[in-house]
Design a protein around this ligand. Structure first.
Ligand code: ATP
Length: 238
């Protein structure tokens, strides 16, 4: 049994594009358990941080040190984007895809996908075309496709940004169950209520810089920076 990919040490990470720093000297250590919520105003660098951790951004400085080699680390992660990627296939094949990629037989992959579709309450939609699903259903499908591979770490970038309350609640319940079952979660959200409901710890970014990393209770009750205080009051942060 190979050990955990956690903890991860993020040391002085900088990402620049077209002369602009999207991440500016970020240093952070993330523990093996829980749900980390990445918060901050528009353009703060939340998506870029998630993508950098997932190996999707070239770093201009610093480094990210996982507790396992890169080849192991990347296979143990999954990423759910704000707008789910849809394959032009039935829902069940979209969900089975990560397993077929790994060489699991089509019958076994489809059976596992069917079970996951039941868990996310999409069982009746299994044979619909993915493009026929509503926004909330697409996100649940994306979540099932991410979780079917039993990732040690799941990234989510604003997964509920365009969803109604009911779909948001369903996604949050699935995330809490996944986390209780052992999947580490790192998620970017604008939604303060969602952050309060889900976070064990909060990473607060503003203008490409890390301003706070704290336990959720400490962050929400006594944020230390004026920017986080203003953000939590719903003020515009500059
Ligand atoms: N490929 C790119 N080239 C140039 N600038 C970019 C690129 N991607 C993002 N940016 C800019 O970098 C900044 C940080 O973007 P990022 O998406 O990480 O922020 P965010 O906190 O996730 O924002 P939002 O809440 O709006 O999604 C923004 O100003 C954005 O416009």
């Amino acid at each position: 049994m190979v050990g955990s990919i956690f903890p991860v040490e993020i040391a002085d990470v900088t990402v620049r594009k077209r002369g602009q720093a999207l991440l500016d000297g970020i240093s952070l250590s993330l523990a093996p358990q829980g749900i980390t919520i990445v918060m901050g105003p528009n353009g703060a660098g939340k998506s870029t941080l998630l993508k950098a951790l997932h190996g999707m951004e070239r770093l201009n400085g610093g480094h990210i040190q996982w507790s396992q080699p890169k080849s192991v680390t990347q296979k143990r992660q999954a990423f759910v984007f704000q707008t789910p990627i849809l394959m032009r296939r039935p829902v069940i094949d979209n969900v089975a895809y990560p397993l077929t990629l790994r060489g699991v037989s089509s019958a076994e992959a489809r059976e596992k996908a069917r079970q996951w579709l039941e868990r996310v309450k999409l069982g009746p939609a299994a044979h619909q075309h993915a493009a026929e699903l509503s926004g909330g259903e697409r996100q649940k499908m994306a979540l099932a496709r991410a979780l079917i591979g039993e990732p040690e770490l799941l990234f989510l970038d604003e997964p509920c940004a365009n969803l109604d309350g009911r779909a948001t609640r369903e996604i949050e319940e699935l995330l809490l169950v996944a986390n209780a079952d052992g999947t580490r979660i790192i998620m970017a959200t604008h939604d303060m209520g969602q952050a309060r409901r889900l976070a064990d710890d909060v990473v607060f970014l503003n203008k490409a810089k890390l301003l706070e990393h704290a336990d959720a209770q400490a962050f929400f009750e006594s944020p230390t920076t004026p920017q986080a205080q203003a953000f939590l009051k719903g003020e515009i942060v500059e």
